[in-house]
Write a protein that binds this ligand. Structure first.
Ligand code: CAA
Length: 688
């Protein structure tokens, strides 16, 4: 839509809710409007602004790698704006991101009100500012500042944008009126083309310094490529622009970019629950009760207080109550010291916390989260009592990670109001919240849990009820393979390093040491009774028998002489060698690639089983659990994404080879993989 606010001004309004993404129809509209305005002798000046309170979130990410993207390519449109023979003014409020900011760089004059926020976040989706951004920003602002903005992808506000020279004028009032005032003045802003500004003299120095500071060996090449583009800036715009075009295309095709973009859309997709539409109204949550003031309870309390909720923690023991208050207080104080929150904000958060000795204090809360010891008898007592105390419309949640949620719900008179909220430790830090849908959980209770997850800054993902839910059930198969690899010849540090180099935050054996070897041991003992036909390697049990329960006791699979650093222990290597000999296995040399393959295929196979059983709604739900709760690198997209990247036929072939080998019983292929591979489908076809 082109509007002429006054007869000699052309106003171009970006109007493509919800974020005014620069998809093809928008690009067509802009170019048509620019060309018409240029051709119309009555028009003296052009204003570009966004509708709906924001400028634009940039290129339409859903168009990436489609033919649409190539039609009226965004960088060409941006160049066309810069080349316009009439002054083009950008009037910016709200978000001005990515390709939108690149468009603004090509305008001849830039004004913004104080709501404006600028970023080039392309690095976060594995690409680079490919619409001339790498060439224009370092010409307009200090190149070191430009590089930092592009490599971090961070957002700056209007005042900072003005300070660095990105914005010419800050408007403290009506942005549109001011834009028209400038556009209608006798003296129009001069046509200054950013692409024609000579390269700054300190450009080589900024490039060298940035290059030296880059973290080596990242999974995404975006930061290095951004520096290369900036290094290619010459007096003439064209050569640098050609480098940018080439490197942009290279990155766009990379697995890291596809993985990061899968993560971007995935985190939004998991919030949508099939079958729950807009007609289901979530309940309002303002006050939350937490039962249990231990490590988990206090972590949850901090997360909720930080989100502005009122919290009542019930802890029966007085000393534990004091400790809980102390832990919450210290954590919030640390945020003040680190300048993440102001003192007054911290005071308000602490004032919103109540500690109480009994469940009676929860009579009027909107939601209760039980976070006590994993014992069904204890949970029974709590849920039966809560049932008679809380309001009839309050939601009852359990943080259980191992028990049957439906059994817990059955302790209440109304199982439809019971849901699982499985937080990950430390609960105030980890982004994942597994929302467990019981057999009778009401749709509005589930919808409320998902809104609540977002409200407290978590990625909520729904799981059906099964042992371990989605995340831990898959992790068990992953660990099973890691143990088998240990007994066959791999050393712990080799397994951990191979997985960490591939893309997990912490290798599986270090995770075990951190979580406590005794916890894993207890699960293996339980499994030996429940699933005698699915035996574990006994190799790690030997460590537990020695009392090496992990980091908390200074020794586990690794040695922690300083209490923190995992140091390989020769005693353990001897122990493992002895174990292999005892079970008649000749230790062999195992490559990193084989380690990664076994561990990843175990996750893929179990994940596909979980999707096939309907425990996860879609493969993407599994992926978002692994990215947000299990340290899977975002660039890797998640186990289900990885299966599609390899191709399901290839994955199945590899699984079948393993199924024919030692411990082949653990490799029965998931029915979904077999079905989809036969039909030539991708798991992503299920990501509705
Ligand atoms: N392209 C396509 N869709 C987008 C989008 C984009 N750039 N940005 C947001 N959306 C979609 C989201 O997927 C979401 O869709 P659904 O409602 O269907 O799930 C919807 O818009 C609303 O987004 P959010 O839920 O994220 O809303 P929010 O208010 O929490 O956040 C935002 C808004 C800050 C703009 C955030 O969406 C965001 O950061 N977007 C991405 C910005 C970005 O990376 N831009 C750079 C793109 S690359 C580029 O422009 C340069 C280039 O050279 C090619």
């Amino acid at each position: 839509m082109m509007k002429s606010g006054s007869s000699d001004v052309c106003e171009i309004i970006l109007d493509n809710p919800p974020v005014n993404a620069l998809g093809l129809p928008v690009r067509r509209y802009i170019i048509a409007a620019i060309e018409a305005a240029e051709a119309d002798p009555a028009i003296r000046c052009i204003i570009i602004r966004g509708g709906g309170g924001l400028f634009t979130a940039g290129a339409d990410i859903a168009e990436f790698r489609t033919d649409q993207m190539q039609i009226l390519w965004l960088p060409d449109l941006v160049d066309r704006i810069e080349a316009c023979s009439k002054p083009v003014i950008a009037a910016i409020w709200g978000n001005c991101l990515g390709g939108g900011m690149e468009m603004v760089l090509a305008c001849h004059f830039r004004i913004a009100d104080t709501s404006a926020r600028f970023a080039l976040p392309e690095v976060k989706i594995g690409i680079l500012p490919g619409a001339g951004g790498t060439q224009r920003l370092p010409r307009l602002v200090d190149p070191a500042v430009a590089l930092e903005l592009m490599i971090s992808g961070r957002t700056i506000d209007a005042l900072r944008a003005h300070e660095i020279g990105l914005v010419d004028r800050i408007v403290d009032g009506d942005l549109v009126a001011e834009a028209f005032k400038i556009a209608s003045a006798d003296r129009l802003p001069p046509i200054r083309r950013t692409g024609s500004i000579p390269p700054p003299v300190n450009l080589p120095e900024a490039v060298a310094e940035t290059r030296a500071s880059l973290r080596k060996g990242g999974l995404s090449a975006s930061p290095e490529r951004i520096v290369e583009c900036v290094a290619a800036i010459e007096a003439d715009f064209a050569p640098g622009r050609a480098v940018e075009k080439r490197l942009f295309a290279e990155l766009m095709d990379s697995q890291a970019a596809r993985g990061l973009q899968h993560a971007f859309f995935g985190e939004r997709k998991v919030a949508r629950i099939p079958g729950i539409g807009a007609d289901i109204r979530p309940r309002s949550i303002k006050t939350v009760g937490i039962v249990g003031g231990g490590l988990m309870g206090t972590g949850i309390a901090i997360a909720l207080l930080n989100a502005g909720l009122d919290v009542i923690v019930v802890e029966t023991r007085g000393d534990a109550r004091d400790k809980a208050r102390d832990t919450v207080g210290r954590t919030i104080l640390r945020d003040v010291e680190k300048r993440r929150v102001s003192q007054s904000e911290a005071d308000a958060r602490l004032a919103a916390l109540t500690l109480a000795p009994s469940l009676e204090a929860l009579a009027d809360v909107d939601l209760v989260i039980e976070a006590v010891f994993e014992d069904l008898a204890v949970k029974k007592e709590i849920f039966t009592t809560l049932d008679s105390i809380v309001r009839f419309d309050a939601i009852l949640a359990s943080n259980t990670s191992t028990l049957d949620l439906d059994a817990i719900a059955a302790f209440t008179s109304d199982p439809s109001r019971v849901v699982g909220l499985h937080f990950f430790s430390p609960a105030n830090i980890m982004r994942l919240l597994e929302v467990v849908r019981g057999g009778r959980t009401a749709p509005d209770v589930l919808a409320t849990a998902m809104v609540f997850a977002r409200r407290i800054g978590k990625v909520g993902v729904v799981s059906g009820v099964c042992d371990g839910f989605i995340g831990n059930r898959m992790f068990e198969e992953y660990l099973r393979q890691a143990y088998f690899l240990l007994e066959e010849g791999a050393l712990p540090q080799q397994i951990d390093q191979a997985m960490e180099a591939w893309g997990v935050a912490m290798g599986p054996l270090r995770v075990l040491d951190l979580a406590g070897q005794d916890i894993g041991w207890a699960i293996r003992k339980r499994r030996a009774v429940e699933q005698p036909d699915r035996p574990y390697s006994g190799i790690v049990d030997r460590i537990c028998e020695m009392g090496r329960f992990g980091q908390k006791v200074g020794k586990g699979i690794y040695d922690y002489a300083d209490g923190r650093t995992a140091v390989p222990d020769p005693e353990i290597e001897r122990l493992f060698a002895g174990y292999s000999a005892e079970i008649g296995l000749e230790r062999r040399s195992i490559s990193d690639a084989e380690i990664v393959e076994h561990c990843l295929l175990a996750l893929i196979n179990e994940g596909a089983r979980i999707v096939g059983e309907g425990i996860a709604y879609r493969p993407v739900d599994v992926d978002m659990i692994y990215l947000n709760g299990y340290g899977f690198a975002r660039e890797r997209g998640g186990p289900m994404f990885q299966a599609d990247e390899q191709g399901l036929a290839t994955v199945l072939e590899k699984i079948r080879i393993l199924a024919a080998g030692r411990n082949g019983w653990a490799w029965e292929p998931a029915a979904l993989l077999v079905e989809f591979a036969a039909q030539g489908k991708r798991l992503a076809d299920l990501n509705i």
